[in-house]
Design a protein around this ligand. Structure first.
Ligand code: RM4
Ligand code: MN
Ligand code: MN
Length: 430
């Protein structure tokens, strides 16, 4: 099943193809001078996939306001439809990461069938214990897995176990746990005791993991707790992951670090100790701004992929990180920006593949800083757009996704079909 009319897509692609072929050939020739086979790189681009977060399909907001657009998805079924559009245009987003209870339904087999029909899979399930649900017996106001009250901890544990069962019904294989737990005042929380309570709760969740599942711990420096958070940084995250066991790994959300943190080095450390579970890609200037991936610091994103491709090159064992976007779209059409962001992440990956690894190792061993950093810059400075566009074309996606999306008039067509529901919850609070 398709959401974007094939005739529209075909017509747009026809208009662009001749120029694309010319640009692709020219780039191929240039790359071949460096001993790089453009076909091999294009195959890698075709194979690249990054998941879309279900909550990203709605307009985001701040604690001040939210300005939703027309025709936005009102429930998980409609979010799946928009994820299908994103994948039809990008050719690199064939999976959805759900968030519970936002995406909870009565019949998960119906939801799975709905996604199956569009060729979409379900990946990491995200639990939500950072807000109270209507009618909830006990509160998360003072934390969830690390709450001083056992009843709140038990509720949070049970919610995570429920998330695993929802995920199993959808065919997912991992659980991502981010908690808002922490404190707002010095002295409010005993750091060690809070972490001990967290670990004891997390052990209960870990015990409930199916054999072929992983648990990913997402650290975050601040917000909603502004003085300290229980899983504040990659240090706390990897300590907890090591404590829990081999199926538990750390998840790196780019926005969850202090400005100027060397995230690529954190990634290298996690790879070295088999603890890199996955990513939430986004960009940031000040903190957890949830800006669009690669919109501000594309070089940082490239440097992260440089570490990932290096691990691939060295055939690092137990290395299979999950890629996902996690960003808030306040002033753009979520479909447009999710397509663009997925392609920006894919672009970083492809550029990182152009680094001559063996040459780089040689420069590193010789302490030749100029040649080593130049090798990275050489790869980064290639314009790989023709490779990305050709990969999309070959997969039946759009050479020019934005033009095709606008020509298809999808959002306007959705407006009357999806009148705004004032009771709708879910996406849009990040
Ligand atoms: C958090 C964090 C989590 C996401 C929520 C909505 O800041 O990034 O991954 O689930 O926002
Ligand atoms: Mn995140
Ligand atoms: Mn975040």
């Amino acid at each position: 099943m398709r959401r974007i009319d094939s005739a529209v897509l075909h017509e747009q692609n026809e208009k662009e193809f001749a120029f694309l072929q010319t640009d692709f050939n020219a780039l191929g020739e240039k790359l071949s001078r460096d001993g790089i086979d453009i076909e091999a790189i294009t195959k890698a681009a075709e194979a690249f996939q990054i998941a879309v977060p279900s909550w990203g399909t709605g307009t985001g907001g701040t604690r001040f306001a939210r300005f939703p657009g027309q025709g936005e998805p009102r429930n998980i079924f409609e979010k799946v439809e928009d994820c299908a559009v994103i994948n039809e245009l990008s050719g690199c987003t064939d999976s959805i990461s759900p968030h519970f209870p936002w995406d909870k339904v009565d019949d998960f087999s119906e939801l799975k069938q709905h996604a199956d029909a569009y060729g979409l899979k379900w990946v990491s399930v995200n639990s939500n214990t950072f807000q109270d649900q209507p009618g909830q017996a006990v509160s998360y106001k003072y934390g969830s897995l690390s709450n001083t009250e056992k009843a709140s901890r038990d509720l949070a544990i049970q919610h995570n176990l429920d998330c695993i069962s929802y995920g199993q019904q959808l065919g997912a294989k991992s659980l991502t746990v981010w908690v808002g737990d922490g404190s707002n005042h010095p002295g409010q929380q005993h750091f060690q005791r809070a972490f001990e309570r967290y670990l004891a709760s997390a052990e209960q969740i870990y015990k409930g993991l199916p054999a072929d599942w992983e648990m990913h711990l997402e650290h975050k420096m601040f917000e909603p707790a502004f003085y300290s958070t229980v899983i504040q940084d990659w240090g706390s995250s990897i300590l907890a992951a090591m404590h829990l066991g081999p199926k538990c790994k750390s998840l790196v959300d780019l926005g969850h670090h202090a400005p100027n943190t060397n995230i690529e080095m954190i990634v290298a450390r996690l790879i070295q100790f088999k603890k890199l579970g996955g990513f939430h890609f986004n960009d940031s200037k000040y903190g957890d701004d949830d800006l669009d991936s690669g919109s501000l610091q594309p070089y940082q994103q490239f440097l992260i992929f440089n570490e990932l491709v290096d691990a691939e090159h060295r055939k690092e064992s137990e290395f299979n990180p999950a890629y996902m976007l996690d960003q808030s779209h306040n002033v753009t059409d979520p479909i447009e920006i999710l397509v663009i962001s997925a392609i920006e992440v894919q672009r970083s990956y492809i550029k990182a593949l152009l680094v001559n690894r063996e040459a780089l190792y040689g420069y590193q061993d010789a302490n030749d800083a100029i040649m080593a950093s130049g090798e990275l810059k050489r790869a980064f400075n290639f314009d790989v757009a023709p490779i990305l566009a050709m990969a999309r074309y070959r997969k039946g996606a759009a050479i020019n996704p934005l033009k095709t999306y606008r020509a298809a008039n999808y959002r306007n067509a959705m407006a009357p079909v999806r009148p705004r529901d004032p009771k709708a919850t879910g996406s849009g609070i990040i």
